[in-house]
Write a protein that binds this ligand. Structure first.
Ligand code: NAD
Ligand code: ISE
Length: 335
């Protein structure tokens, strides 16, 4: 029997995950979709055999053919959907961010602990990207020595109209926060945000780009250039500088052409293109683990830690000073 999944939120990511579950991955089918926009939910459901459309997440989660939940609504709606999923003791794949701030992430972590078992995989899909996986594997061998610094670049073509200066941190740099914690195996202890004069290509009032410096409890530094209106493409790069060498990913050199006196290649235009394989592998890994009765991948603890670092980052952006990150002690469930 394939796993019956309810997808909550059928916007850009949600609709793409519905397509992925329906056509790309094995062992699951979409049995329900939910959106506050009833017409959008109906339109997406119409394309999938046996899929019902809802406007209330609770109604979908109560349906007999729903075994698991994929949350792809906006971040502020995640907490309510997660708590409802816990009431039904359903496994969840929750798009990043787990929740928009540390207090709400803590409430989710406490509710999961009250269940007594892990139920959540957080959608930090870079952990499934082939290049990131290679970098992590190389660092783990110890051949390069201890990582000293990580340099990250994260560029989007253009930000959506609702994007605020703090979202550059909480929505975008959230990925580098998780990637840094995962690649280095360190917790982040402090955040500084430097703010160059905004690009004239950014919407009025948006602090874009920003330069973020993360300090870790292992004594490493991770810096992030976040530039969400770079205009030319979607680029995510990372370079680890270690005691005996460096390793770098994201140059996009898979195909290089030479023609008419020039050489070059193409730049991806958005995340659905750059991370297509990562999303497919992420959702397949979640379905496979769920069918085995296991929970793998980024945990609620990882979602909470990222939320706490991003919250400190937003304060650092506003105040212009280095801001320490205060994490609660890691609960036994996540050790
Ligand atoms: P979107 O605005 O395109 O879609 C969100 C959808 O959710 C809309 O259709 C909206 O009507 C619906 N919605 C709003 N409130 C709801 C609620 N309470 N219950 C049900 N539906 C609700 O946004 P998106 O770009 O698809 O982002 C969705 C999530 O995916 C966010 O958490 C975002 O951070 C995340 N995301 C992740 C990646 C990634 O690379 N992993 C990329 C983009 C977005
Ligand atoms: C978006 O929500 C994502 O998660 C993308 O991966 C990221 O590149 C973008 O900046 C975010 O807004």
């Amino acid at each position: 029997e394939p796993l019956g999944i309810a997808v909550i939120g059928t916007g850009r990511m949600g609709a793409d995950h519905v397509r992925r579950i329906d056509r790309v991955i094995n062992g699951a089918r979409v049995t329900a979709v939910v959106d506050v926009d009833a017409e959008r939910a109906k339109a997406v459901a119409a394309g999938v055999d046996g899929c019902t459309a809802h406007t209330d997440p609770a109604a979908a989660m109560a349906a007999a053919d729903v075994d698991a939940v994929l949350i792809a609504s906006p971040g502020p709606a995640h907490e309510a959907a997660l708590l409802t999923a816990f009431e039904h003791d359903l496994p969840v794949l929750c798009e990043k961010p787990l929740t928009p701030d540390a207090a709400s992430a803590l409430r989710v972590m406490e509710a999961e602990q009250a269940l007594g078992h892990r139920r959540v995989q957080v959608g930090f899909m870079r952990r499934y990207d082939a290049e990131y996986v290679k970098l992590k594997a190389l660092l783990s061998t110890g051949q390069l020595g201890r990582p000293l610094m990580l340099h990250n670049r994260h560029r989007n073509v253009a930000s959506p109209p609702f994007f605020t200066s703090s979202m550059l941190i909480s929505d975008s740099v959230a990925h580098e926060v998780d990637a840094t914690r995962w690649l280095l195996g360190h917790e982040i202890t402090a955040v500084t945000v430097l703010r160059p004069t905004p690009s004239s290509g950014a919407p009025d009032g948006l602090r874009d780009p920003q330069f973020v410096v993360l300090e870790t409890d292992g004594g490493a530094l991770s810096d992030v250039e976040i530039f969400v209106n770079c205009g030319f493409g979607y680029q995510v790069q990372a370079e680890a500088v270690c005691e005996r060498g460096t390793a770098r990913i994201g140059d996009g050199h898979a195909l290089v052409t030479h023609m008419a006196g020039r050489w070059g290649g193409t730049v991806a235009q958005d995340w659905t293109e750059r991370f297509a394989q990562a999303y497919d592998d992420e959702v397949q890994a979640w379905v496979d683990a769920t069918r085995r009765g296991e929970v793998t991948g980024p945990s609620t603890w990882d979602g909470y830690a990222a939320a706490a670092v991003c919250e400190a980052g937003v304060r650092a952006l506003e105040d212009g000073v280095r801001t320490a990150v205060d994490l609660v002690e890691k609960p036994a469930l996540y050790r």
